[in-house]
Design a protein around this ligand. Sequence first.
Ligand SMILES: NC(=O)c1ccc[n+]([C@@H]2O[C@H](COP(=O)([O-])OP(=O)(O)OC[C@H]3O[C@@H](n4cnc5c(N)ncnc54)[C@H](OP(=O)(O)O)[C@@H]3O)[C@@H](O)[C@H]2O)c1
Length: 242
Amino acid sequence: MNIIIITGGSKGLGKALVEKYMKQGYEVYSLARTPQKETNPFFSIEIDLSNLTKTIPVFRNLLEKCIEKNPNSITLINNAGTLGKIDTLGKIPLENIESSVTLNYTSPLILCSLFVSILSGFKGTKKIRNISSGAANGSYHGWSVYCSTKSALDSFSKTLAVEERSSASPVHVLSIYPGIIDTGMQEQIRTSTESEFSEVQRFKDLKKNDELSSPQEIAESIYLIDTNNQIESGEIVDVRNF
Ligand SMILES: NC(=O)c1ccc[n+]([C@@H]2O[C@H](COP(=O)([O-])OP(=O)(O)OC[C@H]3O[C@@H](n4cnc5c(N)ncnc54)[C@H](OP(=O)(O)O)[C@@H]3O)[C@@H](O)[C@H]2O)c1
């Protein structure tokens, strides 16, 4: 039996990942604010991942429960993410900066830390897949928090992979760029004004020209990347080059 934990499994790419892994026979746990109908082997945990005080004990309990099931593998996909308020930095409310940084960066680090420590004695396969973005390498006007947190997440994935190399039962870590997907996140982008986001017209055109990927096709690609044994831990994989 294989277990996968997916953050943000309630909508968009995360929801498509939940469906894909269920079809592949995994036991799937989703952590998101919106509760989902549970249908065995799918379990929904209602949690705001930007609230670390609440998240830490919930995730610790979940991992301990996973170990008791003695699975062949345990995978964590850090998928939940937000653009936060799209605007130039000085116009973004400070609490919005804080919650976006926590969701996109601090929370995945905390989940990874618990994953590595609590599963240290687990001898099965252990994998972490951090859903990043091509924006990690870009400098989009109005996206300072998003670009910088994704960039930091990439750096973290690479560093964790280096640390895990010397572990007796290493965790395999990847950072994945999913491309441009037709989800609520893209809807939010298209509602921006030009003063908030200077490239908004390009994103409106992508939608108009039907150039967005569906969450289902990207979930397929992520599954293939996740289960491909040839990719070295620490790599940053762009679905568009895979
Ligand atoms: N869409 C794109 O074009 C694109 C491009 C590159 C990278 N990505 C990345 O892909 C990932 C998924 O994006 P998406 O497009 O599917 O976004 P989305 O449609 O906005 O979905 C975001 C998911 O994250 C969850 N989430 C948001 N805030 C949360 C919080 N505070 N606590 C717990 N869960 C939270 C949401 O669930 P609830 O609202 O129920 O909490 C939802 O399930 C993100 O990491 C994003 O950065 C997306």
